[in-house]
Ligand binder design. Structure first.
Ligand code: CP
Length: 337
């Protein structure tokens, strides 16, 4: 058989450098090449054994987080990742009330000032246009933890990584991305961009009047990925799409409680409900176990909670995988030296 090509010991720093992310911001997953994303995945795999114990790679480095919108997973996971890397965290979870934003300081000035304290910044904000306009003043890399309705790249990244770990590959896999509202599904947009870049096939299903934004569709098409879109499916058609897929991705609803379009999502949820029975029927007929992914938080009426205790459940595993993925991302953006 002979020796394998380029046989040598693995190096974490090579994977981190291979992402090309040192000193850069992360906004859209298609800003990275397949090779760069693959380097990030290799780094995440190397860091997986340390997601609970930690590894002291970034001592003395500081992450500052500013979440202008509510969060449980993204903020805790990003902060956990930095702490597990041996760095420190300064967190502002309610900047509109507790920071100088409450005294009308501009977002631009806040960003410039916080860059003086931080080695890396993580931001969630409702106004993607504001953030994109002001990002150039930041003097350190900025991780998007969700901007407006358009991008949530770290969620997309951890979800594509979970799919990769669950299926063992991404090229040629078929994933159904389905929601009562694809227009505001920022997790779904980021997941689709990452999957497209890694050679997966996207099957979209949603209402014709709440479509995936043109900007996202254009970015997907630029990758050359296969994408099919189905509108206003009935229950039977939706079941056929689930049977066609290796995984189903539910992006949930990022609109906060009591705000505008959340009601629209809830009104239509019944048409897109995923029953455990459907997954069991597919398994019986074809032998295939279809995984269910959801970016969480979830709402009653989106899918059967009995899926929680079955092998179809991937949404809590996504939460666990988020930590090594964000560890790899932070270490790539900050750099080890
Ligand atoms: N998935 C996600 O973004 O969850 P949080 O809103 O809790 O951060």
């Amino acid at each position: 058989m002979g020796l394998q090509k380029e046989f040598k010991p693995q190096r974490l720093d090579n994977y981190l450098e291979g992402t090309g992310l040192k000193g850069k911001n992360l906004n859209f997953l298609t800003d990275l090449s397949r090779e760069q994303l693959y380097s990030l995945f290799k780094a995440a795999e190397a860091l997986e054994p340390y997601w609970r114990t930690g590894i002291n790679l970034l001592p003395g480095k500081i992450l500052c987080t500013m979440f202008f919108q509510p969060s449980t997973r993204t903020r805790f996971s990003t902060e956990t990742a930095m702490l597990r890397l041996g760095g420190s965290v300064i967190s502002e979870s309610d900047p509109l009330n507790n920071s100088a934003a409450a005294k009308d300081e501009s977002f631009r000035d806040t960003l410039k000032v916080v860059s003086q304290y931080a080695n890396i910044i993580a931001i969630r904000h409702s106004d993607d246009k504001r953030v994109f306009a002001d990002l150039p003043v930041a003097e350190v890399p900025v991780i998007s933890c969700g901007y407006g309705n358009i991008t949530h790249p770290t969620q997309g990244l951890l979800d594509v990584y979970t799919a990769y770990r669950a299926l063992g590959r991404l090229e040629g896999v078929k994933i159904l991305v389905t929601s009562p509202d694809l227009s505001r599904a920022r997790s779904g947009h980021s997941f689709a961009l990452g999957l497209a870049r890694m050679g997966g096939e996207i099957i979209y299903s949603g209402p014709s009047e709440l479509r995936t934004p043109d900007l996202v569709m254009e970015k997907i098409k630029e990758t050359g990925a296969k994408v099919t879109v189905h509108y206003d499916c009935n229950a039977e058609q939706q079941k056929e799409l689930i049977a066609e897929a290796d995984l189903v991705y539910l992006p949930g609803c990022s609109v906060p409680k009591g705000q505008g379009d959340r009601g629209v999502f809830m009104e239509r949820a019944a048409n897109y409900y995923i029953a455990l029975e459907t997954l069991q029927e597919i398994q019986k007929k074809t032998g295939k176990t279809v995984g269910i992914m959801h970016s969480l938080p979830r709402f009653e009426g989106e899918f059967d909670i009995n899926i929680d205790d079955t092998e179809h459940e991937l949404y809590f595993k996504q939460v666990s995988f988020s930590i090594p993925v964000r560890m790899a991302l932070i270490a790539s953006m900050v750099g080890l030296s």
